[in-house]
Design a protein around this ligand. Structure first.
Ligand code: NAD
Length: 281
């Protein structure tokens, strides 16, 4: 049985761990925070039992997923036998590099190391390891158990063997992949961040209410979610870090909306904090 280790048990990490566990992988989920890890465990178990009750997964899938999931704050225990590590810590380059350097020491020589970054450079991360050919970005989408796509981003040194391996994992996860050559923001974040930022600027300018901006995009342009409700789902702190990186790398049109900056300063981080552009209390 192949082992996937997920580092970071927040919004994305727990979703990736859930999807991997129901797809027959042994899964280690790691976080530095005991609190994040126990919240992830209870969220994953709730999702597993709800999915089994509603028939989205079989009882057998449920039981083996529960058995195959290990939660630990010990990165060495989590990483030493992994075939694939998917990093989902905060969107901060220095933090990601630190995690990859540790993983490079801990993991088997043939293990593939992937980052779930939304915007950043897998080449820059890979260069800090001894295995740049085995480093790649696997960009999952939120909520992971519902979203079909994995955007696979090849760094400068990512080998074709690594891409082929990731393709096999993607198939086993019952997802679809697109292959992208590295450029800041890839395909999806570059497009999505711009739409979201424009919606925030419109709200700030008083062009329309949050509800009407979202409704216009859903009913007029056939988007399944409005850009403001989507930003709340992503997490406004995460979105701000994405915008800051894109602003630094792609220029002025990605300057974060002052409204986004203000909300993050106020602690309005979207759904996960109870309020953002909408109130979830
Ligand atoms: P989050 O804030 O919900 O979770 C991050 C987790 O990482 C926290 O639980 C934190 O305790 C943990 N962490 C921090 N430092 C760590 C370390 N050294 N070792 C282990 N764990 C550590 O963030 P998120 O929304 O899950 O985002 C994670 C990554 O996924 C980011 O790179 C983000 O850009 C990307 N991403 C997010 C979304 C989204 O919709 N939220 C979608 C696609 C990709």
């Amino acid at each position: 049985m192949q082992q996937i280790t997920v580092v970071g048990a927040g919004v994305m990490g727990k979703g990736i761990a859930y999807s991997s566990a129901i797809s027959g992988f042994k899964v280690f989920l790691n976080d530095i925070s005991e609190e994040a890890l126990s919240k992830a465990k209870s969220d994953i178990e709730k999702l597993l039992s709800g999915s089994a009750e509603r028939g989205f997964i079989t009882q057998e899938q449920h039981d083996s997923a529960v058995q195959n999931l290990v939660y630990t704050t010990d990165l060495t225990e989590a990483g030493k036998d992994a075939d694939l590590v998917i990093e989902a810590v905060l969107e901060k380059m220095d933090l990601k590099i630190k995690v990859f350097q540790q993983l490079d020491e801990i993991c088997k020589k043939d293990a593939v190391l992937a980052t779930n970054t939304s915007t950043m450079s897998p080449t820059e991360i890979a260069a800090q390891t001894s295995r740049p050919g085995q480093v790649v970005a696997m960009h999952f989408f939120n909520p992971v158990h519902k979203m079909k796509l994995i955007e696979v981003i090849k760094g400068l040194e990512t080998s074709e063997e690594t891409v082929a391996y990731v393709r096999k994992v993607t198939e086993q996860l019952n997802k679809e992949m697109v292959e992208v050559n590295e450029f800041p923001g890839f395909v999806t974040s570059r497009m999505n961040c711009l739409i979201g930022n424009e919606a925030m600027n419109m709200l700030m300018e008083g062009v329309a209410s949050a509800e009407d901006i979202d409704k216009a995009m859903k009913l007029g342009l056939n988007h399944p979610m409005g850009p403001l409700e989507l930003a709340d789902l992503v997490g406004l702190d995460t979105r701000l870090r994405n915008m800051e990186y894109l602003h630094a790398t792609l220029g002025e049109k990605y300057r974060p909306s002052p409204l986004l900056v203000k909300y993050v300063k106020a602690g309005r981080h979207g759904r996960k904090s109870g309020s953002g552009f909408y109130d979830y209390s």
